[in-house]
Design a protein around this ligand. Structure first.
Ligand SMILES: *Cc1c(COP(=O)(O)O)cnc(C)c1O
Length: 356
């Protein structure tokens, strides 16, 4: 029976990625060995790493002067790695959700941190507008997609200071003007690969300017010089990431993906706005995430939340529970989510309205 996987992360991956990974676990690149047991220094694996880096550059049109890295420790380790390498005196942070706040907290260990904008006053249900960005910051850190609250900064913002972005949950979902950023990072487990690898895109010129000593593994330059192989990389997640990148390319690249994502999100938001039993906690449609669609029971129907979740489970709709800090529902509809699965959810919402 087909399952509709709406989990927020780890989350749905293309069937292509899972199939190719399964094959490589049995026989990797014709070696008659599993990808789980070959040296990362073998020519077969070096080819995987090289191709993955090249495809990230191609798909995202990464300009000259930028490096693509695969590192470990998850996006959460980037919360300290970024300021360790880039914060000299003062940095600015957008506080647009739990992940953004966690990143901000870590930066305070390294220097002065200004909360340039915040949406905490309304439980993070909007993206701050008309923000004045101070010009004396070492960098401004934003979270492009707030996975828990379902808000997204679609457009690469104009900033007088270098931008750093946590794109864990929307990388590869839309074209990005990389030249606007000094550093972008993304934990793989939302839109790319199984957990265990983190993608970093960094402008090389931004590095190497710090007076403080930086531990070897925390220094981006180590991973640039080591070509993401300074130490043993997470071989399996990198292999799977390559399969997802191949799948992205074969399916028309990032622009085509964006068009599909817009259509998918529209289908679901239109139903939430139409259906009298549900509302979206993000009032401004311009702030609504294309990747994580949050919704709650409308006033008067709150007690039916569990009933709807149970009905969804019967229909093989999985992972629809909202994050515990928001409640309600969250449908994570990453790149690999087919529109057919969203249609199943929309039909369930319609059915629920007629029956209640
Ligand atoms: C999931 C997520 C994280 C945390 O990622 P880990 O790899 O688990 O550390 C950070 N930021 C955002 C935006 C996320 O969605």
């Amino acid at each position: 029976m087909k399952k509709h996987n709406f989990y927020a992360g780890p989350s749905i991956l293309p069937e292509f990625t899972i199939q190719k990974t399964a094959e490589a676990i049995l026989n990797f690149a014709g070696t008659s060995l599993s990808v789980l047991e070959v040296s990362h220094r073998s020519k077969e694996f070096i080819a995987v790493m090289d191709q993955a880096i090249a495809l990230v550059k191609e798909l995202l049109e990464v300009p000259e002067g930028y490096e693509v890295l695969f590192v470990q420790g998850g996006a959460s380790s980037q919360f300290y790695m970024v300021p360790f390498n880039l914060l000299k005196t003062k940095a600015g942070y957008y506080n647009t959700g739990v992940w953004a706040a966690k990143a901000l907290k870590e930066a305070k260990l390294f220097g002065e941190v200004v909360e340039v904008a915040s949406s905490k006053d309304k439980n993070y249900n909007y993206i701050p507008k008309n923000v004045t960005i101070p010009s004396d910051l070492d960098y401004l850190h934003i979270t492009s997609n707030n996975t828990i609250y379902g808000t997204q900064i679609y457009k690469d913002i104009d900033s007088p200071v270098p931008l750093v972005a946590d794109m864990s949950s929307d990388i590869f979902s839309r074209p990005i003007d990389i030249s606007k950023y000094d550093l972008i990072y993304a934990g793989a487990q939302k839109n790319l690969a199984p957990a265990g690898v983190t993608l970093v895109i960094v402008r090389k010129e931004a590095l190497g300017k710090m007076d403080r000593p930086i531990p070897t593994m925390i220094n981006y330059l180590t991973h640039i010089e080591g070509e993401s192989m300074f130490n043993t990389p997470p071989v399996l997640p990198v292999f799977s990431a390559l399969q997802t990148l191949i799948w992205l390319k074969e399916n028309g690249g990032i622009k085509a993906m964006e068009a599909k994502n817009i259509a998918k999100a529209k289908l679901l938001y239109d139903e939430i706005d139409r259906n009298k039993m549900f509302i979206c906690p993000v009032p401004d449609p311009a702030d609504r995430s294309l990747m994580n669609v949050t919704f709650v029971m409308a006033p008067g129907y709150e007690e039916l939340e569990k009933t709807f979740l149970a009905r969804a489970k019967e229909l093989n709709i999985l992972g629809l529970e909202g994050h515990r800090s928001v409640g309600g529902f969250r449908a994570s509809i990453y790149n690999a989510m087919p529109i057919e699965s969203i249609a199943v959810l929309v039909d369930a919402m319609k059915e629920f309205e007629t029956q209640n």
